[in-house]
Every structure is written in structure tokens, then in C-alpha cells.
Design a protein around this ligand. Structure first.
Ligand SMILES: NC(=O)c1ccc[n+]([C@@H]2O[C@H](COP(=O)([O-])OP(=O)(O)OC[C@H]3O[C@@H](n4cnc5c(N)ncnc54)[C@H](OP(=O)(O)O)[C@@H]3O)[C@@H](O)[C@H]2O)c1
Length: 250
């Protein structure tokens, strides 16, 4: 693989685990200066060590506007710019039938997945449009706009909102030179897709009938879609929501 991101500064929220960590690795492998962001300092430090090179971390709670503004300012102060942002931070919440969700649980999923993604877009665009543009990839989910699953009302609604936010923001800001797209992964091999106590084999068994390809996705398969959307090869792709789910919602 060539160095499609040489000279680029890339921010990945939720970059110290799962899909975010693999995406950070993939950008670093293609020459980017990567900054991973999240709440857990220790996990961020371990990820930075693993990434090596000029990778670094910034702590952030994406539900807090001041914190998100500080995250972008820190990246720019440290590296002189921000060219690509991957808004990947998200939570599943506790699955339950819609009427049995409680207000705090519903609110936490919305705050992280919807408000957190919007705040990230807001502060990233503010920098990018004043400094020659950039590319943003939001991580939604196939369960949002595309899928149908029981007990996922908060998560599904939040991710449908991320897909809608992506399309709208893409139209709002393409004239500013900021290209915004989304990736909607299906079940992917991270802790989030495992039920409590479930082994990889249990998960494979539970999901095999629901995924025509017959397996969960690898984090590298999601990262590859993110990198393509962030790259110049996707220069004419605007407001797209790229479903990467082994055919689950085809
Ligand atoms: N795995 C799947 O099957 C799947 C399928 C579709 C979509 N997705 C989406 O893919 C994204 C990554 O998920 P994953 O599977 O890789 O799960 P994960 O390992 O739990 O990653 C989620 C990341 O989000 C960060 N985060 C959560 N709340 C945050 C907050 N308030 N502020 C800052 N960072 C926060 C976490 O870091 P800290 O705890 O350190 O803050 C963590 O690094 C999520 O948006 C998820 O909804 C996953």
C-alpha cells in the first residue's frame, strides 16, 4: 500500500480501541501523523506506543463542546493543521425494548453518538474551512438508516441521526472545501459486538444467519472503507453512507 496520507494530520475519536484503533493504525501505515482521542488516558497511551512514529493522543469527552473545541485546538497547535477527522467515538448503551429504555440510558446514547458527532463536525469544520478544507468520515452503523433489529431503539435512532447529519452537513460544507461522508459498519470484531460473556464462537453462531457473507467484519475491513472515503480517490464522493456489513442489510 502506498502512502496516500503522507503529510496529512489525521484525528480519530475513539481511537484507542476497536475500529478506531485499527483505523488509526491504517492511517499511520500510509504516512499520516495520527492523533487518537478518547476519555481513557491509559488506553490512549498504549495505543500511541503501539502506533509509534509521531502519533500522539488527546483526551476528550465528545459530549462536551468545550472539550471538543480544545481537542481540535490541541491537534492544530501540535501539528500545524488538521486535514482528516474520523468521528468514531460511540456507545451501544444497554439494549432493551423501546418502552423499557430509561431516560438516562437513552440520553447517554444520544449525547455520545449524536451530539458528540455533531460537536466534532462543528469544531473540525470551523478549523478546516478556514485553512484550505479537509475530509471528515463519521462512523454510523448499518442498524441506523439501513437495518432492523429488536431492542436497539436508542442506538438505532442515534446512528440513523449520524447518517442524516452526515448527508446534511456534507451539503452544507462541501462549498467550504470540507468533504463529509459516513461509514456504516455491520457487526465487526470488537468488544461492542459481543454480548456480555459471549465468546467469538458464540457470537459467530448467533450472527451467522443474519450475515449473508457468514461472518462478522474485521476492523481492517471497516478501516479500509474509511481511508478510501478520506482519500483523494474519493474526491467526488460527498455525503455518502458506505455500508460495510457482509450483506446484512442488502
Ligand atoms: N463493533 C461493531 O459491531 C460496530 C458496528 C457498527 C458501528 N459501530 C460503531 O463503530 C464505532 C467504534 O466502535 P467499536 O466497535 O470500535 O467499539 P469500542 O471499542 O467500544 O470503541 C468506542 C470508542 O469510543 C470512545 N468513546 C466512547 N464514548 C466517548 C466519549 N464520550 N468521548 C470520547 N470518546 C468516547 C471509547 O473510548 P473511551 O472509553 O476511552 O472514551 C472507545 O475508544 C462506534 O461509533 C460504534 O457505534 C460498531
Amino acid at each position: 500500500m502506498g502512502a496516500r496520507f503522507a503529510g496529512k494530520v489525521v484525528l480519530v475519536t475513539g481511537g484507542s480501541s476497536g475500529i478506531g484503533r485499527e483505523t488509526a493504525r491504517a492511517f499511520a501505515a500510509e504516512g499520516a501523523t495520527v492523533v487518537v482521542a478518547g476519555r481513557d488516558e491509559q488506553r490512549l497511551a498504549a495505543t500511541v506506543k503501539e502506533l509509534g512514529g509521531d502519533a500522539s493522543a488527546v483526551t476528550v469527552d465528545v459530549t462536551d463542546s468545550g472539550d471538543v473545541a480544545r481537542m481540535v485546538e490541541t491537534v492544530v497547535a501540535r501539528h500545524g493543521g488538521l486535514h482528516v477527522a474520523v468521528n468514531n467515538a460511540g456507545i451501544l448503551g444497554s439494549p432493551a425494548p423501546a418502552a423499557d429504555l430509561d431516560e438516562d440510558g437513552f440520553g447517554a446514547v444520544m449525547a455520545t453518538n449524536v451530539t458528540g458527532t455533531w460537536l466534532s463536525v462543528k469544531h473540525e469544520v470551523a478549523h478546516m474551512r478556514a485553512h484550505g478544507g479537509g475530509a471528515i468520515v463519521n462512523i454510523a452503523s448499518n442498524i441506523g438508516a439501513h437495518g432492523r433489529l429488536p431492542n436497539m431503539a436508542a442506538y438505532a435512532a442515534s446512528k440513523a441521526a449520524v447518517s442524516a447529519l452526515t448527508r446534511t452537513a456534507a451539503r452544507d460544507h462541501i462549498a467550504d472545501g470540507v468533504r463529509i461522508n459516513a461509514v456504516s459498519p455491520g457487526a465487526t470484531d470488537t468488544d461492542m459486538s459481543r454480548r456480555p460473556g459471549e465468546t467469538d464462537a458464540d457470537r459467530a453462531d448467533r450472527l451467522k444467519g443474519a450475515i449473508p457473507l457468514g461472518r462478522v467484519g474485521a476492523t481492517a475491513e471497516v478501516a479500509a472503507a474509511v481511508l478510501w472515503l478520506a482519500s483523494d480517490e474519493a474526491a467526488f464522493t460527498v455525503g455518502h453512507d458506505l455500508v460495510v456489513d457482509g450483506g446484512a442489510t442488502a
